[in-house]
Design a protein around this ligand. Structure first.
Ligand code: NAD
Length: 483
């Protein structure tokens, strides 16, 4: 039995493995605030065991699986996930508080990541390089070896899919440390990997706390590459730990992503997207469109229409499948409350607020979506990531002013531009300092095929799309002198 409905343990070498210490951590349902399961509390010893299993797989049977067969395994895994979407969605929604439709979308996206990387596995080619007479020079794309993956709680399945899917396609063996608030779906997905034929040790999962299991993974000398998704602060810690053993890192960190709406925009098209980009997953999305800058002529009319939409939004238990579920935990709820009390103290006007339905359990971690107007650039509501359903608005008078404000935070993950002016579209796409720009659309977290990642405090390196395969490989140059 690979998992038990109430007690979840590590997944190492295709087996369920309790933590060596015998300790576990409670799993809380954010919709009700009640404990409904336990996960193993992994420590450095458990991590060491998982890395050992991965190293043995890489040196053994997994390391010899051809690219085409790695692709076939990923394809079978995608099919297995598709066949279990409902089960995975239910598990995820209870574990994280996601409304069921969001949890289903995440499971479908996970299958799509595996499908994408299944197709890409045998298309990762090296090159030949013209060099001196009498030489043939070629490059080989080789797996790093054993890759570590530290995953946050906001989109566990999607982030696991993009990171582990690409790493396995490239031939690495993986050790994953999911967030302590969101492990259950991933343990089930790992059991599906074993069921479709991934050899023991190709994929291993150790659950536990960040400073314990996470830190141990980042420090482990048997890890050859780390992919970290999470907060900017923890990302720094992981990079420092990895530097201790010369381990390359991909860091996908936070964001405060702006959407710029010009007076000539198609407002009917923009409105639902502006709302969804901050409401999706209760605002707990690294690429949430959390700042909206509006050209002054459109500011009041757009605000009015946005306010009407916000007032109609409803938050409630994940199982009710409303616009928003609860936030993931009490700490996150307190964090959002702190931001909102700072907004109040700073005299920022709350323009509209959605509602929490009456039958939402009182101990759940709910937060109604909030629309704030005229947020000054210097305020922390404009500068810092809330990671909750709080949208900050600001008017602008010209393109340069909008650009300066949009680029004027420590982050640079995603940006959106709404205008019918083609020249302006191109200018802003080039001048916005971030990893992705959407013109007349916005993809908070979407786009399996689209390379994704940040600049500045939003991180470095790219995941998703074909680009991720380069991150999960290392390039070797072979120069052959044959005369
Ligand atoms: P977090 O940084 O607290 O945790 C992320 C992961 O790191 C978890 O698995 C956690 O257990 C682990 N961790 C914590 N301390 C650690 C340590 N010392 N060493 C190693 N691992 C450690 O972040 P979170 O609260 O889980 O997620 C929210 C943050 O993640 C937000 O800031 C959000 O913007 C960011 N995020 C970014 C992306 C992206 O792709 N850019 C995606 C999702 C979330």
């Amino acid at each position: 039995m690979l998992h038990n409905p109430m007690r979840f343990v590590h997944f190492i070498g295709n087996e369920s493995v309790p933590s060596r210490s015998g300790e576990s951590l409670p799993v809380v349902d954010p919709s009700s605030g009640t404990v409904f399961a336990q996960i193993a509390r992994g420590d450095a010893g458990d991590v060491d065991r998982a890395v050992g299993a991965a190293r043995a797989a890489y040196a053994g049977i997994w390391g010899r699986v051809s690219a085409v067969d790695r692709g076939r395994l990923l394809r079978r895994w995608a099919d297995a996930v598709e066949a279990h979407v409902e089960e995975l969605a239910l598990l995820e929604s209870q574990d994280t508080g996601k409304p069921l439709k969001q949890a289903r979308a995440d499971a479908v996206a996970l299958a799509r990541y595996f499908e994408f990387y299944a197709g890409a596995a045998d298309k990762l080619h090296g090159t030949t390089i013209p060099y001196q007479d009498g030489y043939t020079v070629l490059t080989l794309r080789e797996p790093h070896g054993v890759t570590g993956h530290i995953v946050p709680w906001n989109y566990p399945m999607q982030i696991f899919g993009r990171s582990v899917g690409a790493a396995l396609a490239a031939g690495n063996a993986c050790v994953v440390k999911p967030a302590e608030d969101a492990c259950l779906s991933l343990l089930r997905v790992a059991s599906l990997a074993a069921a479709v034929g991934f050899p023991a040790g190709a994929l291993n999962i150790v659950t536990g706390l960040g400073p314990e299991a996470g830190q141990a993974l980042a420090e482990h000398p048997g890890i050859d590459h780390i992919s970290f998704t999470g907060s900017t602060e923890t990302g720094k810690r992981v990079a420092i730990a990895a530097a201790g053993h010369h381990c390359p890192v991909t860091l996908e960190l936070g964001g405060k992503s702006p959407q710029l709406v010009f007076a000539d925009a198609d407002v009917d098209a923009a409105l639902p997207v502006l709302v969804n980009a901050i409401v999706q997953n209760c605002g707990q999305t690294c690429s949430a469109g959390s700042r909206v800058l509006v050209e002054r002529a459109l500011y009041e009319p757009l605000l009015e229409r946005l306010a009407a939409r916000f007032a109609a939004l409803r938050a409630g238990p994940a199982s009710m499948d409303l616009d928003l579920g609860p936030l993931v935990n009490r700490k996150q709820q307190q964090r959002v409350w702190d931001f909102l009390s700072d907004a109040q103290a700073g005299g920022i006007e709350l323009m509209a607020q959605g509602e929490i339905v009456d039958d939402a359990p009182g101990d759940g971690f709910y937060q109604a979506p909030v629309l704030l107007r005229d947020v000054p650039s210097g305020h922390r509501l404009w500068q810092e990531e809330v990671f909750g359903p709080v949208l900050a608005l600001q008017p602008f008078d010209d393109e340069d002013e909008a650009l300066a404000s949009a680029n004027g935070t420590q982050y640079g993950l995603v940006a959106g531009v709404w205008t019918r002016d083609g020249a302006r579209q191109m200018r802003l796409a080039r001048r916005l300092h971030c990893g992705q720009v959407f013109i007349n659309n916005y993809g908070a977290g979407g786009g399996v095929e689209l390379p994704f990642g940040g600049v500045k405090a939003s991180g470095h390196g790219r995941e998703k799309g074909f680009e991720a395969l380069y991150a999960f490989t290392t390039l070797k140059t072979v120069a052959i002198r044959h005369g």
